[in-house]
Structures are given as C-alpha cells and as structure tokens.
Design a protein around this ligand. Structure first.
Ligand code: PRP
Ligand code: URA
Length: 222
C-alpha cells in the first residue's frame, strides 16, 4: 500500500490520521527503508523526517497575540500560547525524534517512557516513567518512529491520560492500519501524524514493508 496511502488513509477519519504527503518526506522514507542505510545516516534521516512531519502535526498549536518592537516600529505579533509544550519520547527509538522536536520547540519540557516489546507476546513491557511537572496543563506530543501493533503508543497514551493530560497528539514515522486502529479504539480523539502508512504487520508484528527494527537501526544493536 506504499504509494497508495491516500486509499488506506480514507479508511480512517481525517481528524485522527494525517499522512504527510510531500516529495521530501517520500524521498527520505525510501532512504530510511533501505537495508543499505547505516546508523548515522538513519539517525539523521529520522530527525529530518520528524522536522518535516512535525510542521504539519503542530499546525493547530494555540497562539496568542503579543507586542513586539522591531527596529522600525511597535507591532502586534503571534506567539505560542500557554505554558511550554511537552515532548514525550517512547524509549529507545523515540529519542531520535525528541531531539528533532527540540530544535523546533527549544522551550519544550521532555518526558521519557521506557518500554520494550516482549518478543513472544508483542506486548509493551514498561521499565521507566519520568514526566515533566504540570504535564496535565501542557500540549503533549508523543513521539515514536514505529506504530506497529499500537501497543506501545496506547500504553504511553494511557499513562499520560492517567497523569491528567488532555491535549495529546502522536507523531510517528511509519504506521500501519493495525496500529492506527488500536490507538483509535483506545484514544479516539488523539490525532496521529505519520510520514508513511504501510500495508500490514508480519507474523512477528513487524511493519511490512517498514524499515525493520527502528531502535536497532538507530543504535547499531542489530
Ligand atoms: C519499537 C518502536 C515502538 C514499538 C512499536 O520499540 O520504537 O516503541 O516497537 O511496536 P508496537 O506498536 O507493536 O508496540 P521496541 O519495543 O523495539 O523497543 P526499542 O525502541 O527499545 O528498540
Ligand atoms: N518496532 C519496530 O522497530 N519496527 C517494526 O516494524 C515494528 C515494531
């Protein structure tokens, strides 16, 4: 279904799923998929794709009017409203997206949720949880490159809802219908932005065609 994302996307409400269709994103996704792309290039590409899709994912961040003095005059101008947003990375692979988002939102606070997939059950196993103060008042951007079964994303969103968060959005690089459906069922109001919507999961719950194990490719632990 790669290259036919528009068809798959139509199966989901547009308020929920946004697949960023852009030649730069598509080109970088092809490089990310390639088995010949090494860790250093893979990390850089993940960061670049994150910047491009974050631009779309954050389009509706609330703004307020402020005053600014330019070298020419005083004027009214927009700034991000409210307290600083929070970027929450799902470890390990989400870290590479956190760094990219911090270049766009240097004022953001950062949370970390550690979990890995059990190789047999494919269920997320949590091992770490550290969230910024006042997380419940912040716009929260959850980042993880892969949305496969959706188990990790749902577990992350569950713990954020438990912490009182209401302004949540999920940013992933590659997703598949199974993952979207899982998130949509558990958290129907959370918007999901992807760089690519792939076809399906294989019998080991890896995304097909996907890019393999994101964490292993980022950190060279293959
Ligand atoms: C990967 C990925 C997601 C998860 C997605 O992490 O980064 O967190 O799998 O799969 P799911 O949608 O089926 O839950 P992994 O568990 O391999 O841990 P790692 O990042 O530490 O390698
Ligand atoms: N986690 C990954 O890193 N890749 C997949 O395809 C599925 C889960």
């Amino acid at each position: 279904m790669v290259g036919d994302a528009a068809v798959a996307k139509d199966n989901f409400p547009t308020s929920v799923i946004n697949v960023v269709e852009h030649p730069l994103v598509a080109h970088k996704i092809t490089l990310l998929r390639s088995v010949d792309t090494g860790s250093a290039e893979f990390r850089a590409l993940c960061g670049e794709v994150t910047l491009l899709i974050a631009y779309e994912a954050l389009r509706d961040l609330p703004t307020s009017t402020t005053s600014v003095t330019t070298p020419i005059t005083d004027t009214e101008s927009l700034e991000l409203a409210g307290i600083a947003p929070a970027v929450v990375g799902i470890l390990r692979a989400g870290l590479v997206m956190v760094d990219a988002l911090l270049t766009l939102l240097p004022q953001a606070r950062v949370g970390h949720l550690g979990m890995y997939r059990d190789p047999e059950t494919h269920q997320p196993v949590p091992y770490y949880n550290k969230l910024p103060t006042s997380i419940d008042k912040r716009e929260v951007i959850v980042v993880d490159p892969m949305l496969a079964t959706g188990g990790s994303a749902v577990a992350a969103l569950d713990s954020l809802v438990e912490a009182g968060c209401t302004k949540l959005r999920l940013l992933s690089i590659i997703g598949c219908p199974e993952g979207i459906t899982a998130v949509q069922q558990a958290h129907p109001t959370v918007p999901i932005t992807l760089a690519a919507l792939d076809d399906h999961l294989n019998d080991r719950a890896y995304i097909v065609p996907g890019l393999g194990d994101a964490g292993d490719r980022i950190y060279g632990t293959l």
